[in-house]
Ligand binder design. Structure first.
Ligand code: 8OZ
Length: 359
């Protein structure tokens, strides 16, 4: 039986272990979305992960929803990512780029020409946007016209090509956590009556079109996808998440993707948005490599892999605070504690200065 520390073949790459660095928004890019030098140091420090998934990376100016998040839509951004992928590769690591369009989780002050954020439907999320001017209430987004959908797919295609130019090993399509593709999947945010709304097949249509475009660039064996079926943040809900996401997984199976990444985010907030369901059903439906995430420690991650609950386990806060997480878990060594005050934005403190076991 494989264990957490045994290798795994992922497309053309042999991952040395099954620990994945989860995508983590850290807000240390430039205002122009260009990655910074400290980001290269941060990712290189964590290159012993079996796989690194980059922080969510904006595919277009319209896809931006937070300050100081990196982009992958222009040459300067590609030029900023290249030394990062090189530094990770120099240390024997593998890194995928997470492709991100925030949809309605934005604000006119972050959009080109102060435009309204776009979404499947004009449904305003509860809550506030993080802007350069502080927290501001979300606005009612503009529903995408059906004629605009090919342009969205094109944004993903160009970003996927740029990710290849930047030297990534593959891409993860971010279809989780209340951003554009997830807004299409769940019926709380998708009220469309055209071919992109209503049935699960229709709500999944944009995701499938995006995956087709991205797979045409990369080959399906270097493309992963992330889902968050029970995650209530960003005012997300679905009237029947078990049916919705079971069907989505069935629709994804024929694509032969590198992996399916399902976060359990939301499992610790039962009752907040519900209804909840047992995500292991998705693992059983999925015919490829399955990555789980959220709330794992050493023992539960080891058990998850040993018992076949997952092939890969993605760690967020533990990887953030422990650059050598793989070695620490291998040795069952003590862990550094994460400092939430430095998660989002700031300098090297709480970013590249978490200590290694061996100094
Ligand atoms: C935390 C803060 C901002 C963005 C996600 C990209 O939830 C994010 C995110 C997380 O997927």
């Amino acid at each position: 039986m494989p264990d957490l520390f045994s290798p795994l073949q992922l497309g053309p790459a042999t991952l040395p272990n099954r620990l994945v660095m989860a995508p983590l928004t850290r807000n240390r890019a430039g205002r122009d979305g260009v990655p910074t030098a400290m980001m290269a140091e941060y990712y290189a420090q964590r290159a012993s992960a079996g796989l690194i998934i980059s922080e969510a990376t904006c595919i277009s100016p319209q896809g931006v929803g937070y300050p100081l998040t990196p982009g992958i839509w222009n040459g300067a951004q590609v030029g900023g990512w290249a030394p990062i992928t090189q530094a990770v590769h120099a240390r024997g690591g593998h890194i995928y780029c997470q492709l991100w369009h925030v949809g309605r989780i934005s604000h006119p002050s972050l959009q080109p020409d102060g435009a309204l954020p776009v979404a499947p439907s004009a449904v305003k999320p509860e809550g506030e946007a993080y802007t350069y001017e502080g927290m501001q209430p979300f606005v009612t987004p503009r529903a995408l016209a059906i004629e605009e959908i090919p342009g969205i797919v094109e944004q993903y295609r160009v970003a996927a090509k740029n990710a290849a130019a930047a030297g990534f090993d593959g891409v993860e399509v971010h279809a989780a956590n209340g951003y554009l593709l997830d807004e299409f999947l769940r019926d709380g945010s998708n009220r469309r009556t055209d071919a992109y709304g209503g049935s699960v097949e229709n709500r999944a249509r944009l995701l499938l079109e995006v995956l087709d475009a991205v797979c045409a660039v990369w080959g399906s064996h270097r493309v992963g996808v992330r889902l968050s079926p029970i995650q209530p943040f960003n005012d997300m809900r679905d009237s029947d998440p078990e049916t919705t996401f079971s069907r989505v997984v069935e629709l994804l199976n024929p694509l032969n993707l590198a992996y399916l990444h399902v976060t359990r985010l939301g499992m610790d907030a039962p009752g907040a948005a519900g209804p909840y369901f047992d995500l292991t059903r998705l693992r059983r439906l999925w015919q490829g490599i399955y990555m789980t995430n959220h709330g794992y420690d050493r023992a539960s991650a080891m058990a998850a892999v040993a018992q076949g609950e997952a092939d890969l386990v993605a760690f967020g806060t533990l990887f953030l605070a422990n650059p050598d997480l793989v070695e620490r878990l291998r040795r069952d060594a003590p862990l550094n504690s994460p400092d939430p005050s430095t998660f989002y934005g700031g300098d090297e403190r709480g970013y590249t200065d978490y200590p290694f076991l061996d100094g």
